[in-house]
Design a protein around this ligand. Sequence first.
Ligand code: GLP
Length: 241
Amino acid sequence: MRIYRAADYGDMSRKAANILSAQVILKPNCVLGLATGSSTLGVYKQLVEWHNKGDIDFSEVTTVNLDEYAGLEKDDPNSYYRFMKENFWDHVNIEPGSAHIPDGTMAFSDKECRRYDRLISRCGGIDMQLLGLGHNGHIGFNEPGSAFDKDTHLVKLSESTIKANTRFFGRLEDVPRYAYTMGIRSIMQARRILVIASGADKAEILKSAFFGPVTPIVPASALQLHNNVILVGDEEAMSCI
Ligand code: GLP
């Protein structure tokens, strides 16, 4: 694993955007696995800025997002589809048919999971997967206890994730209880993984994930078994390492 220490959120975002840009420059038709969450906002902002300056071209890139709430309309202000459109897809020259995310309008569908797995393999697999880190060690929506051998599946969100995500929905009861997520196996099949973490509230979990035992209790600890992981954390998130 390669670790980059960043001074703060802005520096973390620039470093991670640089790594993603390098991937796109080296392989213009690459497949990027994308993530949502506040950790990723600065990365997308930076990529959009460089795209507008003419420094990065997404015309041949395919993207596959990690996860989506189940049972939300696409245009719901809290859907990850909407997050991606507002923060990234609509601001770069990615082909509309090349940006993918699980279809959350299907409340409970195994068919949707299989469709998504087939789509990822038809694209040739993920070249670089961007990941944020949940406070309980989740990656995507793989909550503590998730088996490491799952592909895309439907999960029941843990209480702590529902609570953490209430900040976006306003009321606890409005947060969806289920979500579609790539499984740990789907994530581990990515050829490269880029993890970003910012803030003191991520410090403990970052340490357990990368320097503690590999255990399903901390889903992100599975990444220790991957041979091409890059971690970019800011000083606060790295304070326990
Ligand atoms: C959410 C998402 C994850 C994300 C994580 C951390 O629940 N499903 O993909 O990485 O939480 O989010 P944040 O970056 O806002 O801390």
